[in-house]
Design a protein around this ligand. Structure first.
Ligand code: SF4
Length: 139
């Protein structure tokens, strides 16, 4: 309470780096009017050049890793990354496999982790709010 939120409305891009679609469905649910993220100014950006936060879902496959890095580089600073779900955090059940890099933070800096397989929409929104509070405090 009384903590300072980031001052602008953060726009998101969502990148599936190899998810089973479980986490993606929850991210999409979190963005619906039912959960109403626009009350916090949170909405999808049309492209990475307009985005403040990248939401990553899925085990990062070696094929997707270069795309993930490229998308991140296209975002203007300041920019933040949220890893949603066990796969994006550590590779999940695919950790250590020949085709993955076992976590988005092996490719781009991750500022917030939302655990679960998949996490609920409420947990994803909670992760976004915690990131905004962290950023608002200059953390
Ligand atoms: S964390 Fe679970 S739900 Fe999400 S992409 Fe991985 S296996 Fe699918």
């Amino acid at each position: 309470m009384g903590e300072k939120l980031i001052r602008y409305s953060p726009w998101l891009i969502h990148f599936n780096t190899g998810a089973c679609n479980g986490c993606d469905i929850e991210v999409l649910a979190a963005l619906t009017p039912f959960f109403d993220p626009e009350r916090m100014g949170v909405k999808l950006a049309p492209n990475p050049r307009h985005a403040d936060i990248m939401v990553v879902t899925g085990a990062v496959t070696k094929k997707a890793a270069s795309r993930l890095k490229r998308l991140y580089e296209q975002m203007p600073s300041p920019k933040y990354v949220i890893a949603v779900g066990a796969c994006a955090i550590s590779g999940g059940v695919f950790a250590g496999s020949y085709s993955t890099v076992s976590g988005a933070d092996k490719v781009v800096p991750v500022d917030m982790y939302v655990p679960g397989c998949p996490p609920k929409p409420e947990a994803i929104l909670d992760g976004i709010v915690k990131l905004l509070l962290k950023v608002g405090r200059g953390g």
